[in-house]
Design a protein around this ligand. Structure first.
Ligand code: ADP
Ligand code: ZN
Length: 725
């Protein structure tokens, strides 16, 4: 009989699975985790389906090494294996690296570890010590305790417990699993839906029942009640005994979301993001695999959980740029969620008030089904936005709040309502320069200015994290006390608010304040409760928060994101400002919004003021189509980086010259990348563009096979569907 072999994919920078012999008596299935030898080491790998294990060299069976052990870890379900294969093929990242990312949460492996307890046997110990006596005293009541609990209760080290087990005085027993948290109750508090909500919910519920892949765009204005509506689909998945995954762009901050989930379903969903402890994650992972956890709310990494029976995926705020991962394996979590839904034969719902152009085009073409919620729940009006032309009615020099906005804030405060000032610039000032020689403080390793953070008294690079104290003398000309902040950041804006309104309680909300997620949650809570009068915030405040007392939104500089020559800039600005404005007027107070801009005639500002979203999308979509940009063409970016500029440039040029010539493919560049220097590495970029129905990943793979060899510290990163182009 010929020896049995299996293919094992290792979580390393390898694309192919390796073959191993399967020892007699060992049975494995695709998705199982195994220990295998690699060189002199032993590594964890995953048994991979045969058909996908391409590219490995055929090795004589006699030379193969054997699988060492099958691990008692949660196996990868078939749809997750399919997702990993699909992502590797699409992004050109080595299959093993995609696997590594999918297993990363398993660093402390998600083993189904049994809880071990101890109890007395009646046998006397060989010898007695004070610690042993304390432990025996503690256990004298006859109750079984977990090993660690027993040690903690007796105030002894766990080794004392082990010693008494060895002596036969205690015996180890397997404890029943911790009682599961109550599952979410689909009928806990069913809201009465408005007519449009009910129609949209019915369509999603039907899709969950049908157990087939379908994409829905839940397209509802801010405050229309999208969450309540998609909760009905989640409820249906729970009723059907299946699982639901809800992706959120910044879950660590969405306490409000968890509260609403709890109100609707009686318990919190399982959370999955970087703020969750490793221990807790191991537990969630196990319970997702066993099917005990019914609903996971998580960040993009939750896509790689081993769901037992995934029945629904929701991607909330689907337009949010946070869904794109830009380092390591470059992927867009929204798009990969669609892939996973397809592989799991489950419906998926993309929710947004300002869909991405890609999603909007798919909806217009009928590939995604649009479910519209055109009005706010309860009849509140979406606030109108008025422009404030900074060229004509701007504030005096050194101030950023125009007189008209100041007057509006005043009215708001007098009425006992809240105001939000939005400025997408963290820190005190975006630039620090020398008054005598004009020297600008730059990051030594990035093409970026250093941003002053006053509460930390430091200059910081927002790209690499470099920090330095504000120098007393100009580093260029040596003039003392000559460095001055230029332009506003949120901290400086708060100063202005305090000067103008000394009695107002003003609060800065920005991602880099001290205190982390807990403090952030507390502060958002304070705003929601009305303990703050003026919120000064970065894009952090744009996301999904519900501040019932908020009446006024002032966008301090609507032009910030425009004018970088990036075709996505207009779309991003529209989404961001529209979302921020949507925070106002959700409670009793009627909402008002003002945007300060130097270009009120810009199509984005006009769209924001008229509120005619569809007209804006018409223009944007036409421009993309005209230029063959995504989603009307495919795009990939190749970033060549090296520690010396001429090395990066030289390689980028040779790489461009090596591209296979095809009439369908256009290579743009090379040119310096948007961040030409990042973390001390010089970056050059090539953009590759093809028609929509062209297999761009296949082309890139062919190209890679003939590309010049990489030498020294050169790196080439491939980003299929880049965010900027
Ligand atoms: P969106 O996500 O579309 O911006 P939300 O889901 O935040 O809107 O809903 C806005 C507000 O309306 C929330 O306070 C929400 O609790 C409330 N709401 C929405 N739908 C209902 C409903 N059917 N019954 C009661 N309250 C609702
Ligand atoms: Zn830097």
């Amino acid at each position: 009989m010929s020896p049995r072999t299996v293919d094992v994919l290792l979580p390393l920078g390898l694309d192919a699975a390796y073959s191993y012999l399967l020892p007699e008596g060992m049975e494995v299935a695709p998705g199982d985790l195994v220990h295998v030898p690699l060189g002199t080491k032993s590594v964890i790998g995953v048994v991979w389906p045969r058909a996908q294990a391409v590219g490995g060299k055929a090795v004589e069976a006699s030379k193969l090494k054997a699988v060492k052990a099958k691990l008692d870890y949660v196996p990868l379900p078939p749809d997750l294996i399919g997702l990993i294969d699909w992502m590797a093929d699409y992004t050109l990242a080595p299959r093993g690296m995609v696997l590594r990312m999918a297993l990363r949460h398993g660093e402390s492996p998600g083993a189904a570890r049994e809880r071990v307890g101890v109890r007395l046997t009646g046998t006397a110990p060989a010898r007695m010590t004070a610690a042993r006596a304390r432990l025996l005293d503690t256990l004298a009541d006859g109750f079984v305790r977990g090993k660690t609990e027993a040690a903690r209760e007796a105030g002894v080290s766990p080794s004392v417990v082990d010693g008494l087990v060895d002596d036969g005085t205690l015996e180890a027993v397997v404890l029943p699993p911790e009682p599961a948290a109550y599952p979410p109750d689909p009928d806990h508090a069913v809201p009465e839906l408005s007519q449009p909500q009910a129609e949209a919910a019915a369509a999603m519920v039907a899709a969950v029942k049908a157990k087939t892949f379908a994409v829905h765009l839940l397209d509802g204005v801010t405050g229309s009640g999208k969450t309540e509506t998609y909760f009905e689909a989640v409820a249906e998945a729970i009723r059907a005994g299946r699982q639901a995954l809800i992706l959120l762009p910044e879950i660590a901050l969405t306490q409000a979301f968890l509260d609403r989930f709890t109100e609707r379903f009686g318990v919190k969903p399982a959370e999955w993001h970087s703020g969750v402890s490793t221990r807790r994650r191991a537990k969630v992972l196990n319970e997702v695999a066993s099917g005990q956890v019914k609903v996971v709310a998580g960040a993009r990494s939750a896509l790689f959980l081993p769901f037992r029976d995934l029945g629904l995926i929701i991607v909330d705020e689907e337009h949010d740029p946070a869904y794109k991962q830009e380092d390591g394996v470059c992927y867009h979590a929204r798009d990969m969620a669609v892939v996973r839904a397809r592989l799991a034969s489950a419906p998926i719902v993309l929710a947004s008030a300002t869909p991405s152009i890609e999603t909007e085009v798919n909806a217009r073409r009928g590939r995604y089904r649009r479910l519209a919620l055109p009005v706010r729940f309860g009849g509140a009006k979406v606030p109108g936005l008025s422009p404030i032309d900074l060229r004509k009615e701007g504030p005096p020099r050194g101030r950023w709040i125009a007189p008209r906005l100041e007057a509006e804030i005043n009215t708001t405060l007098e009425a006992g309502e809240q105001a939000l000032l939005f400025l997408n610039r963290r820190g005190y000032a975006p630039l620090t320069l020398c008054r005598s020689c004009g020297h600008r403080m730059r990051c030594p390793s990035c093409t970026a200015w250093l941003v002053e953070h006053r509460f930390r008294r430091r200059l910081t690079c927002h790209h690499c994290g470099y920090q330095a104290p504000v120098p007393e003398k100009c580093p260029a000309c040596g003039a003392p006390d000559s460095l001055v902040p230029v332009g506003p950041g949120v901290e400086r804006l708060q100063e202005e608010v305090q000067t103008l309104f000394p009695n107002a309680r003003a609060l800065v909300l920005s991602s880099d304040l001290l205190g982390g997620v807990e403090r952030m949650r507390a502060e958002l809570d304070a705003v929601a409760k009305g303990d703050v009068d003026v919120v000064v915030g970065t894009q952090l405040v744009a996301k999904g928060h519900n501040f019932p007392g908020l009446a006024l939104v002032g966008v301090v500089d609507a032009d910030v994101g425009l004018g970088h020559g990036d075709p996505r800039a207009a779309e991003r600005t529209f989404q961001l400002v529209h979302q921020v404005a949507g925070r106002a007027g959700r409670g009793k107070a009627e909402g008002r919004g003002f945007i300060q801009t130097h270009m009120p005639e810009h199509p984005v500002m006009r769209a924001l003021v008229t509120g005619d979203r569809d007209a804006f999308y018409d223009v944007e979509i036409a421009a993309r189509e005209e230029a063959h940009l995504p989603p009307f063409g495919r795009m990939a970016a190749l970033i060549v980086s090296a520690s010396e500029a001429h090395v990066a440039e030289g390689h980028a040029r040779r790489l461009a010259a090596s591209a296979p010539i095809l009439p369908d493919v256009r290579i743009l560049g090379p040119a310096e990348a948007p961040l030409a220097l990042l973390r001390g590495r010089h970056r050059w970029r090539l953009l590759v563009r093809s028609p929509r129905n062209f297999d761009l990943p296949a082309y890139l793979r062919e190209w890679r096979a003939v590309a010049p060899k990489i030498r020294g510290n050169i790196k080439v990163a491939i980003d299929v569907d880049p965010q900027s182009f």
